[in-house]
Design a protein around this ligand. Sequence first.
Ligand code: ZN
Length: 437
Amino acid sequence: MARYLLALLLAAASTHATAQAAAPALIAEIAARSEMQRNLEELCDDIGPRMTGTPGLQRAQEWAMRKLASYGAVNVHLEAYELGRPWQRGRAHARLLNANSLPLNVMQKAWTKGTRGAIRADVALLNVKTLADFNAALPRLKGKIVLAESSPREAPTQALRDAGVAAVLQVSGKEDGLQDMWGGPGQRYDSNAGIITREHANLLKRLLARGITPRLELALDGGFAAKSVQAHNVVADFPGSEPGGEMVILGAHLDSWDLSSGATDNGAGVVTMLEVMRAMRATGLQPKRTLRVVLFSGEEQGLLGSKAYVAAHRDELARIQAVLVQDAGSGRILAFPDMQEEAWYGPMSAALAPTKALGEIDLHYAKGLGSDHETFYKQGIPAFTPLQESRNYRTHTQHSQVDTIDHIDHADLQQAAQVTAILAWGLLDGERLPHID
Ligand SMILES: [Zn+2]
């Protein structure tokens, strides 16, 4: 018994020693030889927008696979899933035909059919809270360009189209003339929809409030390609030493919206995960479990890539130790939500402990959802995403026309990669996290 205990203690001590040695090595490697800034420039300034289903994303995937292979990853490959007919942006034009005659900042909402040429119509405001009010409002919207300030969640997708509206303008969630792109195959308004900046929506509302009906010329010439295509995820491994095939997945989404170069959403997450793979190989560490990097696509259209991944890998989901996804901008990592699972708290705390040198990174009692880790979490798999310093991510850069490298601080990126590398190492080598039923 005593000998058994001693063996256990020695094993614990040696694991502890490895973990203690790994953190400084990873911190030093990333501090000395980070390729994140260069990778971000190649991804954003050379390749640029990477909307799912476009050649830009394909170029980015080829680029990412070359990088992963050059960092020593193996099994580097693409995994395909059906996207349907890809959406292509076209010309968007909007202008007031009365009042001050200003051109209006309107972009076509993605995954909508568009107007096919310019239409002219009066604006009507839709600002209702209940389904009954929504239904009551429908008759007065026929033939109008509907400024959809608010309508109930359960309002049927078909209803506005059936009511014969000319077009729908949804209002950007941001200010300062910033756009806020969204849309995907499962959305509510799928025909003739644009997104108008908040300031220009306010102009239309002020006119309406004074009894002046704005009349607009509107052209939204994007639409769907004729043929369905496949979309892809990039997958790459650093094999673990232990048989049994448990793995830690590091994820980020390589797709972006197309109004800018997707630096903070999610270029930052992509270059972080590439850097963790690079540093892990460069330091010569050998984890027990396999480190797998998955760069998803279709995240912006409704987590399509991670849903496809989980569906295609059903047989090996049980072997996933944990999933870490970074997708909240480019700010430094402040904390991780513990997903309110008591059984995950201990092993996650232990894995995070060696990050002390990089700041007090806590495990918060919270749930953080909203990106590709959510797909895994819904299967009971331990899946986490960091809380990051905001750096105006949600108010400015995310999904807007200013999602550029200018808004990224390299010291923040470096800290995020160091924290992620240390946590990943802890999860690769540490105690098993249970799945939840
Ligand atoms: Zn994102």
